[in-house]
Ligand binder design. Sequence first.
Ligand code: S3P
Length: 174
Amino acid sequence: MEDEKRIILTGFMGVGKTTVAKHLAHMLDCERLDLDSMIVDSEHRTIAEIIEQEGLDKFRQIETAQLRRILESKARIVALGGGAWTIEENRRLIKAHNFTTVWLESSFEHCWLNISASKRVRPLARNKGDARRLFEERQKVYCLADWHFIVKPELNSFEVAKRIAEEIFFYEFN
Ligand code: S3P
């Protein structure tokens, strides 16, 4: 992979971070980790259960602890949960580990469509009004990422990953 670059994907719930990360890691033949999956595996509970049982503050502590593990690992492609990048300590850790951050941006309606279609319970997006408020509030923090990719509804996750591979890793497809 081009000069060993390591990538963090951030963006709102439902934008497709996990799936784009899977395609990207496959294309570039490198290790990938997913922060939410790491949390679920280590806690043996779903994210919704953790937030319901322990509260959001405790969830954020667990999230930061797992993020530290990921940053110390060999993974080169990392998908965050939608709130991880909004925490200042996490942003500081990510920068200190020399990751390149990529914000996958889409319209709220596009994210909401995916959130509503998904079976996963997202405690911070239980209704459209709350989700929209969170979406708007977070735009100014997501835009602190190094790169910014607009995920148009007509692009599928593979195509988004392909553009990231071409533009950030100068990857050439035959
Ligand atoms: C969250 C997003 C979720 C998950 C948790 C909190 C957020 O991840 O980490 O429910 O604060 O936006 P996804 O972005 O993968 O849905």
